[in-house]
Unconditional design. Structure first.
Length: 132
């Protein structure tokens, strides 16, 4: 096998089952070029939410910007989506809830349904994939 994408595989397997092993927890973390004190201990979701708000005009205290971007929620998430899918800068497990607009990490909570869309844990009332 070339890739091992089994979500049930142990984090530290006893032997390799593929030439390229993946760890889903690692895949949902942002990889940084360097470490900075102001981001230490924050989850990928927290950091992406801060960036999401920055794109909508809220500047974090740690930086100063002359001209703030002022995108709407959909435009801001389009930037994040581009940086997830085209330039794999951010993990692609962070989604925007199609109901309330909150960001959530699909690896830890929420659901994706082809009918209902992406739903955070608070809005997840999808019954499409549930068996009776």
């Amino acid at each position: 096998w070339k890739f091992d994408l089994d979500p049930c595989a142990p984090v530290n397997p006893l032997w390799e089952t593929a030439t390229q092993m993946y760890n889903y927890k690692e895949m949902s973390r942002i990889k940084f070029q360097r470490q900075q004190g102001n981001i230490k201990g924050k989850s990928s979701l927290e950091l992406l939410n801060e960036f999401f708000m920055f794109l909508q005009g809220e500047c974090p205290d740690a930086i100063s910007v002359r001209e703030m971007p002022k995108l709407n929620s959909q435009q801001a998430f389009s930037v994040i989506y581009y940086l997830q899918e085209h330039l794999p800068v951010f993990p692609d497990t962070i989604e925007k809830c199609d109901r309330c607009g909150e960001l959530f990490d699909l690896f830890y909570s929420g659901t994706h349904c082809d009918v209902c869309g992406n739903l955070c844990e608070s809005c997840d009332d999808c019954l499409c994939n549930k068996e009776d």
